[in-house]
Design a protein around this ligand. Structure first.
Ligand code: C5P
Length: 413
């Protein structure tokens, strides 16, 4: 699958002749559905104009560390947080050396230092500069720090020489970047995800529901598919497109969701219950619209099945991950649910005005028997990938499978 779609790619451009290829790279990344922002060094601006990269990325190009206007709009920390991956292409010998030193004396260096997402460099330089022990030592240091070094290619160079040091072609860089997201941590696993709210009819026009947008569940389904799982998503009514390569089953009520989950559970290795299931439903559904009355109205409710608890209580349950949306006492409530429902893991978050439901950001505290991990506030899409990486780790710990490769090592930190 194309994993670049919807990804935030921060492209750093440094001052080498290969900078002209960055324009084509931006175009290719955007063709694949990625959002691209560009940070240029002063030297890069001597080779290609910011206007070109601005036009192709559709975003203002960032260059200045100490420009108060630029910092007020999107400063180095915001840029670093925005990125799902930071690719420096071309990366000159000088920039690579500065990266090794951890400098922060221009915008791009500062963003690289502040960025917790994966970092990749595409070296581009004369072959003699590439072959220097100083450069090779620097690259070794970066690799040891889990920086992805993409290329270089060997061939004719702008300086007239032939040898290693050419920046990889934009198409190849886009392909390798895509590969960085194809982790395979859940390769071959069958994952069932419940997402969204459920709706419980009162009469033909009214229902009881909740504020769940389904964004977190959809993001988790997508992240699991990216990690190589075969994913089925049982979803309540939401306004979201089904992620690529995910088998979707639309339901409306909790009972329908329960039935759909139970139908697929025997073929499931991991069940992720992200749905906000409506806890109660009206005891009876009126056949006709209930007429308004000044006398008020009382609605008799009955409990819906607890889908997650039912799954976890099966004789041979899959690995279970539940969610706990809490307004208070996050850890105590989450740990209670972990125990009471016999789950393998629970991801807890605070909900309230502007937090948890409906919004694009979230933070999670994940608990399991004997451990916990804090996943800091970030976009739900990124958080979902961190959660899936952690889930893969815990799944491996439980079943001791060796097929789990650590995905997005930095993302899961
Ligand atoms: O007990 P509580 O509703 O807070 O538990 C939340 C977790 O249980 C979520 O993972 C949710 O998807 C799941 N759940 C369920 N069926 C219900 C209620 C909650 O699967 N009826």
């Amino acid at each position: 699958m194309n994993t670049l779609s919807g990804k935030h790619i921060l492209l750093g451009v440094t001052g080498g002749i290969a900078a002209y290829k960055s324009a084509e790279l931006v175009r290719r990344l955007r063709e694949q559905g990625a959002e691209v922002r560009v940070v240029m060094t002063a030297a890069a601006r001597e080779f290609i104009t910011p206007l070109t990269l601005q036009a192709l990325s559709g975003q203002p190009v960032h260059s200045d560390l100490l420009d108060p206007r630029a910092e007020a709009a999107m400063g180095h920390i915001e840029l670093a947080r925005w990125a799902d991956v930071l690719l420096v292409a071309p990366a000159t010998a000088d920039f690579i050396a500065r990266l090794v030193q951890g400098r922060a004396d221009d915008l791009l260096a500062a963003v690289c230092l502040a960025c917790e997402a994966s970092l990749a460099v595409a070296p581009a330089m004369n072959r003699a500069m590439w072959q220097q022990p100083a450069t090779q030592d620097n690259l070794e240091t970066l690799r040891a720090r889990r920086v992805h070094v993409l290329g270089p290619a060997t061939g004719s160079q702008a300086c007239g020489e032939t040898g290693p040091g050419r920046m990889l072609e934009p198409e190849e860089l886009a392909r390798q970047l895509d590969g960085l997201f194809q982790g395979g941590a859940l390769a071959g696993r069958r994952v069932l995800v419940s997402a969204g709210p459920t709706r419980e009819a009162i009469d033909p026009v009214r229902y009881i529901s909740n504020r769940s947008s389904g964004k977190m569940g959809y993001a988790v389904a997508r992240a699991a598919a990216e990690a190589g799982a075969r994913v089925t998503l049982v979803t309540g009514p939401v306004a979201l497109a089904l992620p690529e390569q995910v088998n979707g089953i639309q339901v409306e009520t909790a009972e329908q969701m329960h039935a759909a989950v139970m139908e697929h559970i025997a073929d499931t290795d991991i069940f992720i219950a992200a749905a906000a299931v409506t806890d109660y439903r009206p005891q009876s559904v009126a056949g006709q619209k209930i007429k308004k009355s000044t006398a008020g109205m009382t609605l008799a409710l009955e409990s819906n099945p607890d889908i997650l608890a039912t799954v976890a209580a099966l004789p041979e349950p899959p690995f279970t991950l539940g969610f706990a949306a809490e307004t208070d006492s996050l850890e105590a409530n989450a740990r209670n649910k972990l125990r009471a429902k016999s789950l393998d893991m629970i991801a807890a978050n605070v909900v309230g005005p502007g937090q948890g439901f409906e919004v694009d950001d979230n933070a999670l505290q994940v608990f399991w028997d004997g451990g916990e991990r804090q996943l800091g506030r970030t976009r739900k899409t990124r958080l979902a990938r961190q959660l899936v990486a952690l889930l893969a780790e815990r799944y491996q710990a439980k079943y001791n499978t060796d097929s789990v490769i650590k995905l997005h090592a930095k993302d899961s930190a």
